[in-house]
Design a protein around this ligand. Structure first.
Ligand code: CAA
Length: 248
């Protein structure tokens, strides 16, 4: 596994940073995507990781745009070699009750959180099939399993992600390609920081664990699913939500 290349979309966000760090610690050569290197100060992020002992590459890419993803894939594979582990993690929220939601908020969330899975995975699936190896981990959400106030767009996209996972899992199984979903609950990130404090406190009060989750608690599941040895785990949806939502 030491030499495998792992691509993490939106790896410079709250959960993404931990995913990149833990994959790097496990021996992968890790590359993150970012939408706008300058705005996101990606070099500063890379430097911070280096100070912590992690060497992580980056590439610009708009996961909502198929051509941008094709260009990104060409660059990454020319520079690093074939991508064998793919973590589809980039996501946004644009929360509003359905009766207040505009078309732009709907489309933005569906494009970044759901269409991205096609846009990115499509670039790498041929290579994975040819080489007979691939690990795809798609990040969904508890709110794709349960629905959430103000998140018709996000809940729809995140539920769709697991449908995508299950289909890719079946298609890839004979080629040693697995696809699994990880569904985090409420985790300490800028996304949950943006929830009005009173609402957030109310949500956390209902988490059986009685606390918010931490990004590293999600990342460890991603790394587990990415491992060579996890080849018989395929099409699963692993909740990491403190017991907030459980299902068979
Ligand atoms: N549970 C119960 N009631 C809720 C609620 C919730 N989660 N969210 C909103 N409500 C209720 C409010 O308490 C309020 O009730 P009253 O009218 O009785 O006071 C009513 O709905 C209207 O709420 P707001 O005044 O807040 O209405 P708004 O239009 O300004 O905003 C909202 C609505 C966008 C849904 C806002 O409440 C909100 O941002 N809620 C949080 C949504 C959320 O959980 N987002 C998750 C973001 S993190 C993430 O997505 C990561 C992940 O994967 C888990």
């Amino acid at each position: 596994m030491a030499n495998r290349v792992a691509l993490v979309t939106g790896g410079n966000g709250g959960i993404g940073t931990e995913v990149c760090k833990q994959l790097a610690a496990a021996g992968y050569r890790v590359v993150t995507t970012c939408v706008n290197a300058e705005k996101e100060n990606i070099q500063g992020w890379v430097d911070e990781r280096r100070e912590e002992g992690y060497d992580i590459g980056w590439v610009e890419c708009d996961v909502a745009d198929f051509d941008s993803c094709a260009e990104m894939a060409r660059k990454v594979e020319a520079r690093e070699g074939p991508v064998e582990v793919l973590v589809n993690l980039a996501g946004i929220t644009a929360d509003a009750f359905l009766h207040k939601m505009d078309l732009d908020s709907w489309n933005a969330v569906i494009n970044v959180n759901l269409n991205s899975a096609f846009n990115v995975t499509r670039q790498f699936i041929d290579g994975m099939r040819e080489r007979g190896f691939g690990r795809i981990v798609n990040i969904s959400s508890v709110n794709g399993q349960s629905g959430q106030f103000g998140q018709t767009n996000y809940s729809a996209a995140k539920a769709g992600i697991h449908g995508f996972t299950m289909a890719v899992a079946k298609e890839g199984a004979r080629k040693n390609i697995t696809a699994n979903t990880v569904s985090p609950g409420y985790v300490r990130t800028s996304m949950t920081d943006a929830i009005p404090e009173e609402v957030r406190n109310g949500i956390i009060a209902n988490v059986p664990a009685g606390r918010i989750g931490e990004p590293d608690e999600v990342a460890r599941v991603v790394v587990f699913l990415a491992a060579d040895e996890s080849g018989y785990i395929n099409g699963a949806n692993v909740p990491v939500n403190g017991g907030l939502f459980t299902s068979f």
